[in-house]
Design a protein. Structure first.
Length: 357
């Protein structure tokens, strides 16, 4: 029996797909997201699965893949297109290759157009296909950067995806409206860019005039994904902290969530690195917080103890993230940034001192 899960990253609207053979416990992940590695690893552990491959449908421009981190954590292999231009993969895939997990496999179909290295993964019985950014639900990926080619995409979809059985379910790499799945038959009939009698020239003209802004993370995501998601310099430590349920961001910052901090106010040192006027201002401050403005932290860290964990906080989380770097360099190991800062803390109606209504 096959295990299938569709997972979602709300920030990038990315779908990650888990497929596994229950009997053997062998699993695949398609299009993992760096910030969701802990979530994905936890699911693998709970289902008693062994990750064999992290597969990439293409080199993403809107998020950083979790493939390298998953490999480091689970021993899995990384696989993506041989023409992707990425370095560090364990296996480079060609059209017609098969990626096995237990008694099942995914067939690799080259579907360039969004990028040169776009792949669609088709389940062995052709009941499901994972189309990445090539074919979306009632849409498709853009073709105006990363060697995109509208004519090539049109042919990829018609020759490789629409050639599948009508009842084949199609799972995209993204959806920004909350839609989760479609089918070959539906997209043939209702996709406004491809459906009905629309020609290749019709499609190319449509794509040329979309006028979309570039993805916000393109300058970070593409270089990182060309290294299969390996952070610059690697994580700060081979061992994950155990003093709190922390999240490691791609920027190299450990973050803690507000709920945990509220539950552990008396167990931590709360370091507020805003200016004095902000500390006494309308946002207020977390009960028990100690003020050391960021500009004074390098000289003022002696006032902090290394015997208790430190959570740094500022207005929105930027200055406090920098504070955690300064503190680690000063020899403080149990340090984390408060995700979202005081803005999120107040928005979630958590306790404060000295605040204005």
């Amino acid at each position: 029996m096959m295990i299938f899960r569709q997972l979602f990253d709300p920030e990038s609207a990315t779908y990650t797909y888990l497929l596994a053979d229950r009997e053997s416990g062998e699993a695949l992940l398609i299009d993992s997201v760096y910030e969701q590695v802990r979530r994905d690893a936890a699911l693998l552990d709970e289902l008693d699965l062994r990750l064999c491959y992290s597969l990439e449908t293409h080199v993403h421009a809107d998020h950083v893949t979790g493939a390298w981190t998953l490999k480091k954590r689970t021993g899995s292999q990384i696989a993506l297109s041989t023409v992707s231009g990425a370095e560090g993969a364990d296996r480079y895939l060609e059209h017609g290759d098969k990626v096995t997990f237990g008694d099942r496999y995914l067939e690799v179909r080259a579907t360039p157009g969004h990028t040169n290295g776009c792949l669609t993964f088709v389940l062995d019985d052709e009941s499901m296909a994972f189309t990445g950014d090539c074919l979306l639900i009632r849409g498709c990926g853009r073709t105006d950067f990363q060697e995109g080619d509208a004519s090539q995409m049109y042919r990829s979809i018609h020759e490789q995806i629409f050639a599948l059985p009508n009842m084949c379910l199609l799972y995209p790499g993204h959806d920004y409206r909350g839609l989760t799945v479609t089918s070959v038959e539906e997209e043939k009939r209702f996709n406004p860019r491809f459906g009905g009698d629309l020609s290749e020239s019709d499609f190319a003209g449509y794509m040329k005039n979309l006028g979309l802004a570039h993805p916000k993370k393109i300058d970070i995501a593409v270089p990182a994904n060309l290294k299969c998601g390996q952070p610059e310099g690697g994580p700060a430590s081979d061992d994950e902290p155990t003093w709190a349920p922390l999240t490691y961001t791609f920027a190299g910052i450990w973050e803690v969530q507000p709920q945990w901090l509220e539950d552990h106010l008396h167990d931590t040192q709360i370091l507020d690195v805003r200016e004095a006027g902000e500390f006494e201002g309308p946002l207020g401050r977390i009960p028990g917080a100690q003020l050391v403005p960021l500009g004074q932290l390098a000289e003022g860290s002696d006032a902090l103890s290394k015997d208790r964990p430190i959570v740094a906080v500022c207005r929105a989380g930027g200055r406090s993230a920098q504070a955690t770097v300064i503190l680690r360099r000063a020899g403080f190991n149990e340090v984390a940034n408060l995700a979202g800062g005081m803005l999120r803390w107040r928005a979630e109606h958590r306790p404060v001192e000295g605040a204005s209504d």
